[in-house]
Design a protein around this ligand. Structure first.
Ligand SMILES: [Zn+2]
Length: 231
């Protein structure tokens, strides 16, 4: 028995099936370190693996925070597009990183079908990128790219915050994700917006981090330009 995990009982809003899914006890969460795009590493169980719920009966999956928020049209889409192809299986047990990737991809598919907000799609893609990063797979970059596109649209057209990402954190994150994708001019542009946003003064750590990564992006941009000139 894994005492760090516990079972949560959930009713699926699509098919009304009641099922159990594992979660990490908050008292057992041990943060080891964070990357500059807010990816967290844990000592022991990783709560990110368990932040998506999936109904074993109908195949509906979504982030815990929005699992119960589904429109009548969304339900219809799940029942017509997901459930008929769904091979019934329980994704709510202890999860490996590969299980987590599977369940996040299912949630992404459901979210796309339901025309979910871009902010939510961005969050799913960013976490998929992190899951691939944990195991050193290059598909990380593919999902970072999707996350950037979704978050840029969310920034322009959707109300903020997205989960705990407020406006200035999102500006910073767009800078950092573009930097990681070697899109330095976009990165510098977003970092500019972040450091000149008034709200950043209330977040000392983020302000410092934004300035550091902004400088790094400028240096990398110069190096990239230098290389393309000498090539
Ligand atoms: Zn269901």
């Amino acid at each position: 028995m894994n005492k760090v995990l516990y079972d949560k009982e959930i009713q699926c809003p699509v098919c009304k099936n009641v099922f159990h899914t594992k979660k990490v006890r908050s008292s057992a969460v041990r943060v080891e370190k964070r990357d500059t795009d807010f990816c967290v590493y844990y000592n022991g169980e990783n709560p990110i693996f368990y932040a998506v719920f999936a109904c074993p009966n109908c195949g509906y999956a979504a982030l815990e925070s929005v699992f119960q928020e589904i429109s009548p049209l969304g339900k219809k889409m799940i029942l017509s597009e997901i459930s008929p192809k769904w091979v019934q299986r329980d994704l709510g047990k202890e999860r490996t990183v590969d299980n987590a990737i599977e369940v996040y991809k299912l949630a992404l598919l459901c979210a796309e079908l339901m025309n979910q907000k871009k902010g939510i799609l961005g969050m799913l893609c960013l976490r998929l990128a992190w899951l691939y990063r944990y195991i050193g797979e290059e598909r990380e970059l593919e999902f970072l790219g999707h996350a950037v596109n979704c978050f840029e649209e969310a920034f322009r057209y959707e109300p903020l915050p997205i989960g705990n990402l407020d406006e200035v954190s999102l500006l910073y994150l767009l800078g950092e994700l573009n930097r990681r994708l070697e899109q330095y001019d976009e990165a510098i542009d977003w970092f500019n917006k972040a450091v000149s946003n008034r709200e950043i003064k209330r977040k000392r750590k983020l302000d410092m981090l934004a300035r550091e990564q902004w400088l790094l992006a400028k240096e990398e941009y110069k190096r990239q330009k230098g290389q393309s000139q000498s090539a």
